[in-house]
Design a protein around this ligand. Structure first.
Ligand SMILES: NC(=O)N[C@H]1NC(=O)NC1=O
Ligand SMILES: [Zn+2]
Ligand SMILES: [Zn+2]
Length: 503
């Protein structure tokens, strides 16, 4: 049973967070209603400025656990693949009833709170299954408080924390418990955890001194959503990469658990930069990580996937379109492989990255527009299943854009707050729909994380996780609006179609 921490920020903290969110121009529902004359927000039994239907502690006093989302006009609630007029009844954080059409809330329940979403789109909350929170150990890079607050401001209602960059990494049950302890009381959204596969915890000949048994099954029993491994240096020494034999062993151990093994799919290949290549130029970094590195890694994953048949495998952050045919073939053969890509691979352009603008450095690298179009095509065809942030920030000293060069700077893009507007801006221009975006950013990531029966869709019986936003609005990302702990991001100053409210 997958263990998801419910958002647990207590009232005082919540109000503080709310104030911060407001200060940073992510507007709450109440402000939202003021900014749009035709929208009224009704919060009948509390003076709180906004309501997150999922967070039950917002509801003090008498039973305020019933919230109706009632669009007055516009009628855009995403049910299935369509935006329709609907009235959604929420009791105790669960969707209990969906009535087609806009109904008077009094006629459907004895309602405590009523949220009138008006013309806004009401979509299942975004599920970001790839976030590096880094707490404990590297909390100055990003922690639970700041990551989940930025996530909430970005329309994310569930994030899944990656097993590395925190110290310790999430490779044993006791390390997982440390993560839970660190997260306690700091989560503005629901949070789940990936476990890690490293040589030590799959190799029977080298049992961990700590407990002397392998850790995969116990981690599954303690609720990790799945496992991540690296086929190349991970960027942090305490999370070593694995060899083919380790993966083989791990997949054998995961058989029958229903869990999933996710791969950072790059392998070393002989193409290192020329000695005289200029590390200040993006091109030098790009050439040091050619598509072949991803292609070879994915060939290896395909081989192991075929060998182990029914164990789920997942490719994280695909950048190289050259690997798409291998993936498509494996999927067509019916193997349970899923693939994600990220906003940076779908919207940023290798050809226009300035010298030493290390905010753009990530692994695998951002490639050229031709490659990018193929990623969009693969998404449309369902060969790529989902879009996640791979939010992997660090302290400014490790990036120093303009000073540090591409070869020495930290590899990782900071973006958890901006996935929805970034993707919608590009998707809209390509004639894609809100339903497409929701499938890639909510439904499919929820399924990957084993949460497909409770999250990622607006359905009766599902968690009441919503993002309420305005697909016609636009905004500029400025430093003051960035809620990440560290503000370096390649998206600064980008004009985006912006969502308006999260709560
Ligand atoms: N260690 C870590 O976060 N690595 C991530 N950063 C990145 O750019 N790609 C990754 O896998
Ligand atoms: Zn990775
Ligand atoms: Zn990552």
């Amino acid at each position: 049973m997958i263990n998801i921490r419910k958002s647990t920020v207590h009232t005082a903290n919540t109000l503080r967070a709310q104030a911060l969110v407001n200060d940073h121009s992510v507007i709450s529902s109440a402000e939202f209603s003021q900014s749009r004359k035709n929208i009224s927000l009704v919060v009948t039994s509390t003076q709180l400025k906004s309501v997150n239907p999922h967070v039950t502690y917002y509801r003090s006093g008498r039973n305020l656990s019933e919230v109706v989302l009632r669009p007055e006009s516009g009628n855009r609630i995403l049910i299935g693949n369509e935006l329709i007029p609907a009235t959604v009844v929420v009791v105790n954080g669960k969707i209990t009833k969906i009535h087609p059409g806009v109904l008077d809330p009094i006629s459907v329940c004895d309602c405590g709170n009523v949220i009138n979403a008006g013309d806004s789109v009401v979509m299942p909350g975004i599920v970001d299954s790839h976030v590096h929170v880094n707490e404990p150990g590297r909390t100055e890079w990003e922690g639970f408080w700041t990551a989940t607050r930025a996530a909430a401001a970005g329309g994310i209602t569930t994030l899944i924390d990656m097993p590395l960059n925190s110290i310790p990494p999430t490779t044993t049950v006791s390390n997982l418990l440390e993560k839970h302890h660190a997260a306690d009381g700091k989560c503005h959204v629901d949070v789940g955890f990936w476990g890690g596969v490293v040589p030590d915890n799959v190799d029977d000949l080298q049992p961990l001194v700590e407990n002397g048994v392998d850790d995969l099954q116990p981690l599954v029993e303690n609720g990790v959503v799945g496992f991540k491994c690296f086929l190349i240096h991970s960027g942090v020494d305490e999370f070593p990469s694995v060899e083919e034999t380790h993966v083989d062993e791990a997949l054998s151990k995961l058989k029958g658990t229903g869990s999933v093994l996710a791969f950072h799919a790059e392998v070393d290949c002989s193409s290192n930069p020329e000695n005289d290549a200029n590390p200040n130029e993006y091109k030098t970094f790009l050439e040091s990580r050619p598509p072949q590195m991803e292609k070879d890694a994915i060939e290896l994953v395909a081989k192991l996937c075929r060998k182990h048949g029914d164990v789920r495998c997942h490719i994280v952050h695909l950048s190289a379109a050259d690997a798409i045919p291998t993936i498509a073939k494996l999927k067509a053969e019916g193997y349970p492989l899923t693939v994600e890509t990220c906003p940076h691979y779908l919207t940023l352009n290798a050809d226009t990255i300035s010298d030493n603008d290390t905010t753009f450095k990530c692994c695998p690298p951002i490639r050229n527009p031709e490659n990018q179009e193929k990623l969009w095509e693969a998404l449309k065809e369902g060969v790529i299943d989902l879009i996640v942030s791979d939010h992997s920030p660090c302290v400014a000293e490790l990036k120093q854009p303009g000073v540090k060069d591409f070869m020495s700077a930290w590899g990782g893009i900071s973006s958890v707050q901006f996935g929805l507007p970034i993707i919608w801006t590009s998707a809209k221009d390509r004639g894609l729909s809100i339903s497409d975006v929701s499938r890639w950013m909510s439904r499919n990531p929820a399924q990957l994380a084993g949460l497909g029966n409770t999250k990622g869709q607006i359905q009766e019986g599902y968690d009441a996780d919503f993002v309420v936003w305005d697909p016609e609005a636009d905004t500029l990302i400025e430093e003051s609006s960035i809620l990440h702990r560290n503000k370096l991001t390649p998206y600064k100053h980008r004009q985006l179609t912006e969502f308006k409210a999260v709560w």
